[in-house]
Design a protein around this ligand. Structure first.
Ligand SMILES: Cc1ncc(COP(=O)(O)O)c(C=O)c1O
Length: 387
């Protein structure tokens, strides 16, 4: 069977990169746990010479996620942060970048505390308002890098309109699509040049590995990124790539279920008299219309993600609530089949200054909920008794 872009998402998820092993017919591809490859003579190998440069299991995983994002090339890394780092390593000292202001804390940290030391320049702006991007473009600006929805406030940037601004100004547009997964949002279709994922989250989906991937349709960008992948060497293991190949087969099922449950819980939480209930699927969410239009399943249904943020106000209420939960675990990360809960102020955004966090309304009482695939009635009951 030849596989191409005419296939639907779930068929791509199961089959692209997963064709049977040609040497044995094994339906499930083997894990090529090898660092090196026997060569028939000098410069006579079968396309693989050393696993940092290329590994058959990694190639299968890269093809699989690239196809799900509607991209031609996937470049996989050992973590999401390694993928973000590789993305920026293409550029040079003196280059300038515009970044979504309330991006994941680790992204902010590597840009602000590592790349800035190497002479890169950044402006972190509120990209919900695209005039903020236009006002910060300089002659040395090279790329706009956004997260949408952002972590943990779920602020949304209009990818299509921003891509037009980037094209008009000869800038690349990179999108961290971790929160929506390729099932819920496909930025390349909306005009982005590069998509980044922390595969640790929905792509992996089982909280049992770390991974990252970049996807693009540009052969030029892909060449540069493959070069960085093999040169800097933050590559994932063959075993993790094999787990990721297995994970994406159920991505559509998992993500749809998680989002359906999150929608039910967010609507219910809205009636609970909390300081804030932030969920893009609520009509009270200021960017509800944009979320509805931009975040769509491959079949064209609006989908609002599986992350909800609530504000419990005081530290005392926050701690009493967290201590009573039985099903939700207090833990960093999101997107797995098990429901997790965290306090961004001290956890995911712990490395950001208090002033900066408060200016973005990431308060002590803010709680981020990652809804898993458990029965939604049990999840609701757990939250209810803790509230
Ligand atoms: C939106 C987002 N981007 C990037 C990352 C970094 O990914 P990783 O933890 O796999 O390095 C995270 C991790 O939480 C994230 O939430």
């Amino acid at each position: 069977m030849s596989l191409n872009k005419d296939l639907k998402f779930s068929t791509i998820a199961v089959h692209v990169g997963n064709t049977a092993d040609p040497s044995t017919g094994a339906i499930i591809p083997p894990i090529y746990a090898t660092s090196t490859y026997k060569q028939d003579g000098v410069n006579m190998h079968k396309g693989f010479d050393y696993s940092r440069a290329a590994n058959p299991t990694r190639e299968r995983h890269e093809k699989n996620v690239a196809a799900l994002e509607g991209g031609a090339y996937g470049i996989a890394f050992s973590t999401g942060m390694a993928a973000t780092t590789a993305l920026f390593q293409q550029f040079n000292s003196g280059d300038h970048f515009i970044i979504s202001r309330n991006t994941y804390g680790g992204t902010y940290r590597v840009l602000d505390e590592v790349f800035q030391r190497h002479g890169f320049e950044f402006d972190f702006v509120d990209t919900r308002d695209l005039s903020n991007v236009e006002n910060h473009i300089k002659t040395n600006t090279k790329m706009v890098f956004i997260e949408t929805p952002t972590n943990p406030l779920l602020e949304i940037t209009d990818i299509k309109s921003l891509s037009q601004i980037c094209k008009n100004n000869n800038l690349l547009l990179g999108v961290d699509n971790t929160f929506m997964s390729p099932y819920g949002q496909r930025p390349l279709e909306l005009g982005a040049d590069i998509v980044m994922h922390s595969s640790t989250k929905f792509i992996g989906g089982q909280s049992d590995l770390l991974g990252g991937i970049l996807v693009t349709n540009s052969a030029k960008l892909a060449d540069q990124l493959y070069f960085i992948q093999k040169s800097a060497g933050a590559t994932p293991s063959a075993f993790d790539c094999w787990l990721l190949l297995r994970s994406t087969k159920t991505l559509a099922l998992r993500f749809q279920r998680q989002c359906d449950s999150a929608f039910i819980l967010a609507k219910w939480l809205e009636g609970k008299n909390l300081n804030r209930v932030i969920y893009p699927g609520l009509k009270s969410f200021p960017q509800y219309a944009l979320a509805k239009q931009q975040q769509q399943t491959p079949a064209g249904q609006s989908i609002f993600g599986s992350i909800i943020s609530i504000d419990l106000g005081s530290i005392e209420y926050r701690d009493s609530f967290l201590s009573k939960l039985k099903i939700f675990s207090l833990a960093e990360s999101l997107g797995g089949v098990e429901s997790l809960i965290c306090n961004p102020f001290h956890m995911t955004h712990g490395s950001i200054s208090v002033h900066r966090k408060l200016s973005m309304s990431i308060t002590e009482g803010l709680i981020r909920i990652s809804v898993g695939i458990e029965d939604v009635i049990d999840l609701k009951n757990d939250l209810e008794q803790a509230l």
